[in-house]
Ligand binder design. Sequence first.
Ligand code: UFG
Length: 354
Amino acid sequence: MKVLVTGGAGFIGSHTVVALVKAGYTPIIIDNFENSDNSVLDGLAEILGAQPLCYEGDCRDGELLSMIFEAHPDLQGVIHFAANKAVGESVKDPLKYYDNNLGSTITLLKAMVHYGVPNLAFSSSCTVYGQPEVLPVTESSPVQAAQSPYGNTKQICEEILQDAVRSGLNLRVLSLRYFNPIGAHESAIIGELPIGPPQNLVPFITQTAVGLREQLSIFGHDYNTPDGTCIRDYIHVVDLADAHVAAIKVLEAKQDVDQYYDFVNIGTGTGSTVLQVVNTFEAVSGVKVNYQLVERRPGDVEQVYAQVDKATNLLGWKTKLTLEDALRDAWRWEQRLAENRADEADEEEDGFMD
Ligand code: UFG
């Protein structure tokens, strides 16, 4: 049972590759390594005992996709992660985001239809809800005008997918609207690899704790929340990866249905403030985080967390891991990265002495 994983060397993609193998699938990766590293493949080999097949290339490359679909006529489905994801960068370079995120989705859909592979799990985001009026946010909450080109690409991709299904193409699609993915594999062999200073909270916390960053800035402390900081629904990336396997199984079970489109929240159902995350991190790591409370970050919503009943009913899935687990695993991963850097520095020094 082969599943194509676009962006399979990325943060969520690599953990999903592990989850697929555990569930008896054979993942095939396509990744352009723009925002991921080749070493992830070594990590996957270490965890899985063998390196998954990986094609290096871009999902907008229709010829490459044709080659992959022809080489694997037994593909059961596709999980589409490949996309740019930095909110700030998308504001500065919107065309890059529209070109890549929309272009890859359209090219992939065309190939899926052409080669008769109908099942697609799509990587969407809770960003489509903006600041919901009612919390926890259910799937019946309205989609709101996007705050960034990145967010807009997720909304537009969902619309493209829905239109393609409505038009009668043989496609079965589930959009997974993720809340905030954090953590790392429990082995600390794969995890998040931010390029440059992290934009997201948890990698910034772990990099501060390990000494790579001087201070965490907590954006806003006057929100209408118990401690004044924003609330998010932080989900362990391993739980999130399992949700993709569940989605593929649901799509496979619908083989008698020619057209299917739905979307579902993938979160824990619990909101945590930024300060709660920092305090929990300090408790599980035993390390104090140097932080300061600063002004709000433009574009941040005050609070958002998921209602997860639909995920439970539709996918038969719910999270198993806690915020503590996720922060402990993120910390182990950060420490392992620090050890690797120290080893590399030693090797360089030895080389210099020789
Ligand atoms: N935060 C800080 N300091 C930091 C980084 C983040 O205080 O250095 C705060 C943010 O203000 C926010 C919370 O931590 O309150 C979480 O921020 P993240 O950047 O980790 O995550 P976001 O909720 O902003 O991002 C998520 C998804 C994106 C999506 C975005 C839409 O990760 O994919 O929601 O708002 F686009």
